[in-house]
Design a protein around this ligand. Sequence first.
Ligand code: FUL
Length: 697
Amino acid sequence: MKLNKIAIVLVAALAFIACKKQVTKPEACLPIPTQKQLDWHEMEMYAFVHFTTNTFTNKEWGFGDESPEVFNPTEFDARQWARVVKEAGMKGIILTAKHHDGFCLWPTKYNEHNLTKSPWKNGKGDVVKEVSDACKEYGLKFGVYLSPWDRNHAEYGREGYVTYFRNQLEELLTNYGDVFEMWFDGANGGSGYYGGANENRKINTLKYYNWDETYKLIREISPKTLVWGIGPAEARWIGNERGIAETTNWSMLRQKDDLAGKVRHKEYMTGHIDGEKWVPGEADVSIRPGWFYHKNEDDKVKSLEDMVDIYYSSVGRNATLLLNLPVDRRGLVHENDETRLKELVKVLHADFKENILKDVEVLASNERGNDSDYEAENATDGNKQTYWATDNEVKAASLTFELAEAKDVNRLLLQEYIALGQRVKAFTVEAKVGENWVEIANETTIGYKRILRFKKVNASALRVSIIDSRACPLIANVEAFNAPAFIRSPKIKRDSEGKVQIEANHDVEIYYTINGSTPSKESTKYQGEFTFADAGAIKAISYNKDANKYSQEKLMKCSKTKSSWKVLSVSNGPMNKAYKIIDGDPKNIFNSDNEEVFKPVEVKIDMGEAQNIKGFTYMPRQNGHSLNLIANYELYTSLDQKKWKKVSSGEFSNIKNNPIEQHKFFSSVKARYLRFIAKTTADGTNRISIGEFDVIH
Ligand code: FUL
């Protein structure tokens, strides 16, 4: 080789090396997830199962004095649960091995209060084992809920209970194979049986359990287990029990603040951009109003549109979805819940059927050192391990996807390469419609997964622009879809006079029935307000002519209107607003006076005529800063206002975290007058709210 040729080769080689050197792998943007957390993100959706003595006593929280004798499922089949969960595309099951009432679903050697004392399988059963075995058989991961609060245990609140709690942890984490998640519920302390003491016990959740020690124990015996909830947790609550994350959702949390109890519910929904630890959000929600099975909720399974919305507001917003199935008294997932899950899966399959961006031509405004390891195509290659990256200093850049022909689009799915940290702070999406670029979304975070829903556009190209990022953006995946039209069911409202209004999207017609039959195009078309004051059922559907498609049916079960009802007195609160308690509109809220120290509030109601009732409902305030929730109550009835009978008393369990309408049942009684007493509040306020009060016939 001649000298100048050698020189050229050398220069080229040096230039290549110099160039290559510049293209270093992007540095981690701290904090980053552990491998355990990465695997957990990939699960996306998994099931919760709430099952214990509450299932048989019809409660949400047991007091701790329940007899193990009540636990007796008639057709228990954990394989049925696993099949339903698997078919719904969920990746695991977390079981309430012990809920707040302290009853243990496994034959623990540390306490008698367990299923060996129940008639089920003559005391030889082990629910934890059957569920973990079924999970293995169906290729699902198995997780455990062990309530730190124990309303049964005599030692709760003292040192002895912490030892007991750790012993149980050890049993559960050693005897049942791998446990992917350990769920430590934040609800803790209050009244309980406590071995017969029947008293109030309060502890400091952050200190009492010495979480550092407890976590050390877990890590030693079960390093694969991700711990959720309290202490130095590896995943966090999403701040509500509605299964909803914020659109801005960081997987980081200021753990120091969390350990000091300083993080507010709203912050759990968003995480902290400056959090020093990777603590991603898990959105938990029940498929029914309650967490445990209640027969009266068989027709209250969440509607399909609610389920779809929950999916998009959790998995679609960088959270995992923990979806609860309240197993029934037979020991099975109820048919209605299974049907809804099947419908949900069908919608999701249809929504994500064909990725319009698969292998389309993609152009980046910047590519890291022009290196193919980080090229734009990595975002469309279907491989989450490869990603498009920009140069270190470039924090705003765009990807443009050219479609071979214009296509309808209404969904966009984005994923960051989170192994190196969550980065994107702001991004927009534009579609090329005809000759113009139209902005269709202006959003904030992406994280592990972000899914956007928007109005259908006919696009010949799409552009995703990262506007701001904590460090150079790393995008692992971008997909787009054209989801079929989804027809939402109408909303039905009825006031105290029986005037009914039905509302729906403007592009549909509404049909309804009031005789219990299923509505269709042949039924009465809704033309405006009508009156239905009787007890019965109003059923309505939306019908979209263009798509020739119905929504799901909306059912409103109603008791006779309260037009003859009157609030006779309120012990402390504005009498001129007392009508709101019974006006048929839960949004019209009655608030008692704001006292310096809470005083019980008594409401006296005249129902106008004597009637047989077997229960009552209380709907608290649904939104606002303070919900002013009632925790303990008493209800008395009378026929003449002289002789009163206490028909029900107790607590509205879990109302603080899940402020849904409360249903209480008692033996049927003939009554005309009611005395409802709010004895304590749940959220530390000194007043109560009542959105609506009603009776059950
Ligand atoms: C809450 C508990 O109090 C409920 O009973 C339920 O277990 C839910 C998942 O967490 O805080």
